[in-house]
Ligand binder design. Structure first.
Ligand SMILES: [Zn+2]
Length: 378
């Protein structure tokens, strides 16, 4: 069993220990006789940091408790640790502080929404950028309650209430914010609510028909988040060239949609010209005017073009370099011949969609099919 220094002395961020065992999984695992590293559990991720031996340094990425043993998993630089070797360990203190703030903020906020609004918390997880909790509720959540609970959370943070932690028995560790919350919990918390600093709900949304999710952050993470948002805001302001980013953004979106419309109109016009040009170049056959042409255009453009060509001539067969084709006819084009052409396409492994007067898809070896069509019909 590893001695759990993270419980006995939660503010010990550096310590010494002895290697009891090592094992190789995806990552190397080191078991020590004592540990300052909190293992993941109860929604709180594990601590990170380093362990150093005589000729090696190990970065701790994940810590797991297995039957009372605390295993440190991570990446090793240098020699393999030796059993019985004395080591030095050091926590990533800022990460530990963030987790403690987020976790304590959760106790406080969850207690308030349950006490005042009867919203129970059934799930909790600290994520890299924020923390989330889950509320079982099929009805709509009341956002003004959430706002009030946020204000109350910040009130209790400023009040500076001590957070008491004690073992009720060997297996039951109690975390208590006097008169507000009392819960069994194995995680790491701050000593006083004022250490949480500040609390902010970020997002409230329905997860599914049974649950709502609330995302929040607190303390150091909240400051970091604000710094990032400020940087982004400055960037946007500069790019837009206007301190009033909302109206500038609206203007930009309007302008974009006008340009899109204009662009669409111009494309239409170009396709009209193209259809005219292609139609002039059509073949006079016994079946009427026919267009057969390979064009370097995507299938959607080919379809629009086909419709325009069919305003002028009776049969159009356009295809592109990727083997995609559009075949279209005017109603007056012989139905029998149309069906025969389709039969030929189908005999060549045609895949696609067929309408009454338009078919779209791909076949094997288009060039060869065209030869066959000429021989048979034109
Ligand atoms: Zn807790």
């Amino acid at each position: 069993m590893t001695e759990k220094i993270f419980y006995l002395d939660p503010e010990r961020y550096k310590d010494r220990g002895e290697v009891l065992e090592i094992k190789k999984k995806d990552l190397l695992g080191i078991l020590l006789d004592r540990s300052i590293f909190y293992p993941e559990g109860g929604g709180q991720p594990s601590d990170r940091g380093i362990i150093k031996g005589e000729n090696w340094e190990f970065s701790v990425l994940k810590v797991i408790e297995e039957k009372g043993n605390i295993w440190h998993f991570g990446e090793l630089k240098g020699d393999l640790p030796k059993i019985g070797e004395q080591v030095f360990m050091e926590l990533d203190v800022s990460l530990r502080k963030e987790y403690s703030q987020e976790h304590s903020a959760q106790h406080l906020f969850s207690a308030i929404i349950e006490r005042d609004y009867k919203y129970e918390t059934t799930g909790f997880q600290i994520l890299p950028e924020h923390t989330k909790i889950e509320i079982p509720l099929s009805l709509d959540i009341n956002l003004s309650y959430i706002k009030s609970a946020e204000e109350k959370t910040n009130f209790y943070i400023r009040e500076g209430i001590p957070i008491n932690i004690y073992w009720e028995n060997e297996n039951k560790r109690i975390v208590e914010i006097p008169n507000i919350d009392k819960n069994p919990c194995g995680g790491i918390h701050v000593k006083n609510t004022k250490e949480i600093g500040a609390f902010k709900v970020l997002r409230v949304y329905r997860k599914n028909s049974q649950f709502w999710r609330i995302e929040f952050t607190s303390g150091d993470r909240l400051i970091r988040r604000l710094e990032k948002r400020e940087e982004e805001y400055e960037y946007i302001k500069q790019k837009l060239g206007d301190p009033n980013i909302l109206s500038a953004l609206d203007k930009l979106i309007n302008k974009l949609s006008l340009l899109e419309k204009e662009n669409k109109k111009l494309k239409e016009e170009i396709l009209d010209y193209k259809a005219e040009e292609i139609s002039k170049d059509s073949l006079e056959t016994s079946l009427g005017k026919v267009v057969i042409k390979k064009l370097d255009l995507d299938i959607n453009t080919l379809r629009i073009l086909t419709l325009k060509i069919l305003e002028r001539i009776t049969l159009s067969f356009l295809f592109n370099n990727s083997g995609e084709l559009i075949l279209g006819r005017r109603k007056e084009f012989h139905k029998e011949i149309w069906d025969k052409i389709i039969n030929i396409l189908e005999s060549r492994n045609f895949k696609g969609g067929k309408g009454e007067n338009l078919i779209q898809g791909r076949v094997d070896n288009i060039e060869n099919i065209i030869e066959v069509l000429f021989q048979e019909f034109f």
